[in-house]
Every structure is written in structure tokens, then in C-alpha cells.
Design a protein around this ligand. Structure first.
Ligand code: SF4
Length: 275
């Protein structure tokens, strides 16, 4: 589910948080609803929504989420079954057929404007950090709701593993979320540690694709509590030295010169075509 959820959370926390929130997707006509019911029309299908998205809405103080049944598949039934285990009594189907003269208004989540409070520069209070990414917000929400590890729905982040690393830093530069870093050991500046911030990883795989050694692999997912505590993991520590020719750092076991300078020394007039 795309992160227009952030806009939805901003909208809810800018006003009075509703007791019941009615949600509908695109797969059915929007039913008439009573006035004063907070009803949001979302541009993605809720029937396959991850529990983290629902946890974020509930963590704002919404008591119940009522879903307008979706005509596509049995996804909503599965979601409600699972939700009953994780958030008992807080998810249900919207079943009321409104017969009243005045119907309430559906709000389009894709067209939410800036709230009046934000426009006027007034602060809004939100139980979640709205600047955090989806999985960090979900981890915060699960913690606020007292859900330790939901039975399904692992965070989308990967736990990476690395084999023979040449500390080239390509993966660090490639990650669009700054989840990887290459830092010197505080006790030995010649030892470089490649570390991964699990909460920042969004599993888009740029590091895996671009690693010139093809040594990075994804080995499953972290837990929600690791995301919540901002855990980092050290992928490898490599003893390095400085190349006497170009002054760059490279693994101490690799020879006298760094791999690039060694290649240039062996092939003074040659070069390799990119593979
Ligand atoms: S994991 Fe690959 S891309 Fe990252 S520093 Fe090591 S060799 Fe370079």
C-alpha cells in the first residue's frame, strides 16, 4: 500500500479523532452514510492491507474501523479474521444502510488538502512520528497498542548478509534511504565496518543490484521490535590499508596496490569493457 496513508494520518490527527472511521476502496459504489460519520474513500484496496497500516490508524485513538465490503475476492474476510486476533473488536464490516434524508460526505484521501491548523502553522499532535517511514510508524503503532509481534506481516525491510566485501562503498552510495554506512572502528581506524540500519531499509534492492562483488544477499526480515528500537546490524568488519598510489582504502589482504591501481599497473594501455 502506498504511503498516502501518511496524508490520511495527518488529516485524522489535525481534527477531532473519530470514534468510528468508515473506509471504502474503489471496488464498490460508495454507500450513503449518516451525517457526522467520518468516511474516507481510499485509492487502494483495503482488503489486502497490511496490519501495520491499520495499527497506525488505531494508534491515533480511533476506536473502530468499519470497512465497506469490497467486491474483489475474500480479502476483507481474511483481514477481519486476522484483525480479530491482533486488535480484538476493533475492525468490522460497515453494514448500516442509511435511509435518512441527509447523507454524510465521503472524503477522498487522494485529494486531501493541507489542514487549517497546518496552513496556519499551528502544531498538531500525533501519537506517531509522521516523518518516519511506513515500517517505523507501524512499529511505533504496534508498541502503542501493546501488540508485540503480530502473527503475520513482517516488516518489509531485509536483514542483509555479506560475504567477501571489498569496502568499495557502492552499496552505501546506492541506498536511497541511507540504511547502509561504512564507518571506521573507534579503536582501530584501519578497520571499516559495514552496518545496516534495519528501520531505514525499505527493501528496494539497489544495494544488491549494484554491489560489484555480488556479495550482498537478503536473508529474511527483521522483527517489529528491532524496527521499533532502531536496531542496526554489523554486516562485516574489514581490515584495510591505504593504497600508496591513489590513497584510497582497500582490504589489507588484497596486495600492495588497490585493485584498480593494480589493474592499471598490469594493463597500462588497456581497459575492460563494462560487464
Ligand atoms: S557489500 Fe558490495 S557494494 Fe557494499 S561495500 Fe562491500 S563490495 Fe562494495
Amino acid at each position: 500500500m502506498k504511503d498516502s496513508l501518511r496524508e490520511l494520518l495527518r488529516y485524522l490527527s489535525a481534527g477531532e479523532v473519530p470514534e468510528t472511521l468508515v473506509l471504502a476502496c474503489d471496488h464498490n459504489p460508495l454507500p450513503h452514510i449518516p451525517r457526522r460519520v467520518c468516511a474516507l474513500h481510499y485509492d487502494a484496496c483495503w482488503s489486502g492491507a497490511p496490519l501495520g497500516s491499520l495499527a497506525q490508524i488505531l494508534a491515533l485513538g480511533v476506536s473502530q474501523i468499519a470497512f465497506v465490503p469490497c467486491s474483489r475476492g475474500e480479502g476483507l474476510g481474511r483481514l477481519l479474521q486476522l484483525g480479530d486476533v491482533v486488535f480484538p473488536g476493533r475492525l468490522r464490516r460497515w453494514e448500516t444502510t442509511h435511509q435518512g434524508r441527509f447523507a454524510g460526505k465521503w472524503v477522498e484521501v487522494s485529494q486531501l488538502g493541507v489542514s487549517r491548523r497546518s496552513f496556519l502553522g499551528l502544531s498538531t499532535t500525533c501519537a506517531l512520528d509522521l516523518h518516519a517511514n511506513w515500517q517505523e510508524r507501524s512499529a511505533q503503532a504496534f508498541a502503542l497498542l501493546g501488540v508485540s509481534e503480530p502473527p503475520s506481516d513482517l516488516p518489509p525491510a531485509w536483514t542483509l548478509q555479506v560475504g567477501k566485501c571489498s569496502v568499495c562503498g557502492v552499496c552505501v552510495a546506492a541506498c536511497p534511504h541511507q540504511a547502509l554506512s561504512l564507518t571506521p572502528d573507534p579503536e582501530d581506524a584501519d578497520v571499516l565496518a559495514l552496518t545496516q540500519d534495519l528501520a531505514r531499509c525499505e527493501a528496494d534492492g539497489a544495494c544488491l543490484k549494484l554491489c560489484p562483488e555480488h556479495t550482498l544477499t537478503a536473508q529474511g526480515h527483521p522483527t517489529w521490535s528491532q524496527i521499533h528500537t532502531g536496531a542496526t546490524q554489523t554486516l562485516t568488519e574489514v581490515k584495510t590499508k591505504i593504497c600508496p598510489s591513489c590513497r584510497s582504502r582497500f582490504p589489507a589482504t588484497a596486495g600492495e596496490l588497490c585493485p584498480l591501481c593494480a589493474f592499471r599497473q598490469d594493463h597500462p594501455f588497456g581497459s575492460l569493457m563494462p560487464r
